[in-house]
Design a protein around this ligand. Sequence first.
Ligand SMILES: Cc1cc2nc3c(=O)[nH]c(=O)nc-3n(C[C@H](O)[C@H](O)[C@H](O)COP(=O)(O)OP(=O)(O)OC[C@H]3O[C@@H](n4cnc5c(N)ncnc54)[C@H](O)[C@@H]3O)c2cc1C
Length: 319
Amino acid sequence: MKVSVVGAGVMGCATAWALRERGAEVAVYEQFDLDHARGSSHGRTRIFRLAYPEPYWVRFAQEAYTGWKDLDLSVLGLYGLVELVADPAATSARALEACGVPYRLLDRDEVRALGANLPDGWTALHLADAGVVFADRARHAFLQAAGVEVETNRRIESTDELDADVVVVTAGSWVRGLVPDVPVTVTRETLAYFKREGPPVASIVDLSVETGGHGMYSLHDPVHGLKVGAHHAGSEIDPGTEGTPDPALVERIASWVRERFPDVDPEPVEAQTCLYTTTADDGFILERRGRVVVGSACSGHGFKFAPAVGRRLAALALD
Ligand SMILES: Cc1cc2nc3c(=O)[nH]c(=O)nc-3n(C[C@H](O)[C@H](O)[C@H](O)COP(=O)(O)OP(=O)(O)OC[C@H]3O[C@@H](n4cnc5c(N)ncnc54)[C@H](O)[C@@H]3O)c2cc1C
């Protein structure tokens, strides 16, 4: 079976890996350079975690964890994760129990020993099977394991121009350029880096009681020490336009660092943008439409699932 993959972000790279695993003939096309910073997969780290308030996502993350182990476990940094939340009922505890994932609750001193402040009356849930995935290294590991060369600086205008039995569209924020009716919204998000010395820190997420999802988050960065962002805080944009970090968001992120990390200088050393491609329920669109397979897996939390998404898209293409 001859399969073309449009887009060499982490979902395209993972799909190429999964297709090669199953013996397919694979070609991958990317409109920019391989390591460009215009989409959603660039940068050194992303949070990896099994902790989600819903068992569906915990099991999906467990499936992905198996995939990362099959690819190369060293692309994960298992430094742990701490959920901080005002309402104990809003943690991932019940879903983790339902999926047999061990966790424990931390007290104020234990959270402080991890470098963070626990606000009065808040709950801290710690998970060992979590931390970061080394983003750029992971994308390259998929391509290397697949033994596939990416044709870069080649923008695919229509899936009809590709000589393949099946075309997998993993075009991230540009998906509607090839599949117009995919229901997603594109926002440009802002994140910032802070100087932090010492061993890698656990990833930390402030759960928002209103949305049940992430509010502010932080994770280890191998160069500066700490990477911090505000989830779903960016403005809607056209992915064809370039942009810069939002100063108001950088200030919001810095004030969270000031409050949460007493040992960290809250003066950001670098700021960056990255695109979210978001669905109404933060779910993923993995579907086949005739000769075309659509893979839109983002909503600001897709990276960790890449091996599982890749294998599911490969199955849609080959089965
Ligand atoms: C600020 C931020 C923080 C995040 N934090 C986390 C986290 O902590 N944990 C986590 O699990 N996830 C996180 N995510 C989400 C994760 O990064 C994304 O879900 C994932 O990178 C999406 O990958 P993708 O391959 O779908 O998209 P992309 O990486 O954007 O790849 C799509 C590629 O397709 C190419 N392309 C598009 N159209 C065409 C065309 N017509 N022809 C050729 N090439 C084309 C684009 O140039 C691009 O390279 C975060 C995302 C952002 C933005």
